[in-house]
Design a protein around this ligand. Structure first.
Ligand code: TRP
Length: 467
């Protein structure tokens, strides 16, 4: 069998570089920006509990499936599924699942880049001293003023997309390693410093209670959002991790590596939450603030401590880098695919894809200002409107893209990948790729991919429908 394929896009120098790149992909705005605000919106502990369960029982098996498919095929996601399916005597149509995933990744990138742009914007604002001595009301108003300005958002969105495209155009393997080697550890340190600060606010215990106390009756509310976010946070369900797996050296342990990446990512999310909520409570901010939560609470903290200005700049630089290394992994699957399938140069492929994502991203930019009133899927008790200007409920453009990608497409993509690894690739291929020493561990891994994860995904979907 073809286990000695090589990737045309290059390969990581070692297993450590894969860990670095995969952690770079997983750790990003999902952990630092999205996780805390979702915990706030979906009521604290109940959400955290479901999220952790989904990481362990669903996210991890999907991540394992993605890496092992990627490393075995050493091609972009759609081509990988096609090659392995044909090899195992199944239909090439499996590649459609990966294709849908690659499109989903581009849709995620469209709004990811806008929020990445906010963190770039805040580097400058911090450095200028805009937040020195601010009050809680002022930081809130500041965030509203930033997001009310479509030109300003577009400027930073454009810059963020350009920075991401630059690395992709050069080839991920060459571009990522150097920057991540220093920046990722620094980000961990900065988060711990922030956590240390939170402990001095006098509201640390309140933050912990908010994050870890739960009442059973709220468990169901955040079920689908929490599962969707487990996928989002681990970067699984679209082929990001699969394409990185394709560049992984042959002889390195998959299961251990994947577990390490997932643990680091979850650790960052929890620390980010534990650092943020005490600040939120100390400042009297609203935990269910939504997407602005991090951009309101942190500047408030940095604006009111010694050396806050410098620390704030460093922090937002690190957030921007974490976001940038995640954005790269969203673009890479489709770029790799088109480079394999067409004769177009990598640079051009990157340019056109980045441009398309940028264009769709304008919708998210406008969601916070000129299209704020444009609401989709409005449910007004007795009437349902697909679209209605100025409705009270419903989702804005950003909400629609976020909902569609995180809650529908990521779980479906994950389902496709675990089922593929569990049932389609063939037991022997999986055993060979995992090369676990203990037969018991292999059985466990296969069991997770065959039964636990697929059933888990379906149960969450079903629970959502019948709620
Ligand atoms: N996991 C990243 C974050 O938390 C975002 C991300 C990168 C992603 N690649 C992905 C999300 C693929 C879903 C699918 O910020």
């Amino acid at each position: 069998m073809s286990t000695d394929r090589v990737s045309v896009h290059g390969g990581w120098a070692s297993r450590w570089v894969f860990i670095l790149a995969a952690t770079g992909s997983a750790v990003g705005l999902g952990s630092i920006w999205k996780f805390p605000y979702m915990v706030g919106v979906y009521g604290g502990g109940a959400f955290v509990l479901v999220f952790l369960a989904c990481i362990a029982l669903i996210g991890l098996p999907v991540m394992l499936a993605e890496t092992l498919i990627g490393r075995r095929a050493r091609q972009s996601p759609a081509n990988a599924l096609k090659a392995l399916a044909l090899e195992a005597g199944h239909s090439a149509k499996w590649s459609w699942g990966a294709f849908a995933g690659m499109i989903t990744a581009l849709l995620i990138l469209s709004f990811y880049s806008v929020v990445g742009g906010w963190s770039l914007d805040y580097i400058i604002d911090m450095g200028r001293g805009d937040f020195q001595g601010v009050t809680a009301d002022q930081v809130g108003a500041y965030f509203s003023a930033v997001t009310a300005d479509p030109w300003r958002l577009t400027l930073w969105h454009t810059l963020f997309m350009l920075l991401s495209a630059l690395v992709i155009a050069k080839g991920v393997v060459a571009g990522l390693e150097r920057s991540l080697r220093i920046m990722m550890p620094l980000l961990f340190v900065m988060l711990l410093v922030l956590l240390g600060y939170s402990m001095t606010t006098g509201h640390f215990m309140q933050g912990l209670h908010f994050m870890f106390d739960f009442s059973l009756d709220r468990l169901l509310d955040g079920l689908l959002p929490a599962m969707g976010h487990a996928f989002f946070s681990l970067s699984v369900g679209v082929g990001s991790i699969m394409v990185y797996g394709a560049y992984m050296p042959k002889h390195s342990s998959l299961a251990g590596t994947v577990m390490g990446v997932a643990l680091l990512d979850t650790f960052v999310s929890l620390v980010a939450g534990m650092a943020l909520f005490p600040i939120v409570f100390a400042a009297g901010l609203n935990p269910s603030e939504g997407p602005g939560l991090m951009f309101i609470s942190l500047p408030f903290a940095f604006g009111n401590v010694a050396f806050g200005q410098l620390m704030g700049v460093v922090f937002f630089v690190l957030v921007a880098i974490a976001a940038w290394s995640s954005a790269i992994s969203l673009l890479e699957p489709m770029v790799a695919y088109l480079v394999e399938r067409t004769k177009i140069r990598r640079g051009w492929v990157t340019f056109w894809l980045a441009f398309s994502c940028w264009f769709v991203g304008l919708g998210t930019v406008f969601s916070f200002n000129v299209w704020q009133q444009a609401k989709f899927f409005v449910n007004e008790g007795d009437a349902f409107h697909l679209y209605r200007w100025g409705a009270a409920g419903g989702l804005d453009f950003f909400g629609v893209i976020d909902f569609f990608t995180s809650r529908i497409m990521l779980p479906l993509g994950g389902l496709c990948f675990v089922v593929f690894a569990g049932w389609v690739m063939g037991r022997e291929a999986v055993r060979d790729e995992l090369s676990l020493r203990s037969p018991l561990l292999f059985t466990l891994a296969l069991f997770l991919m065959r039964y636990v994860a697929p059933v888990g995904i379906l149960v969450v979907f079903a629970a959502q429908l019948w709620k």
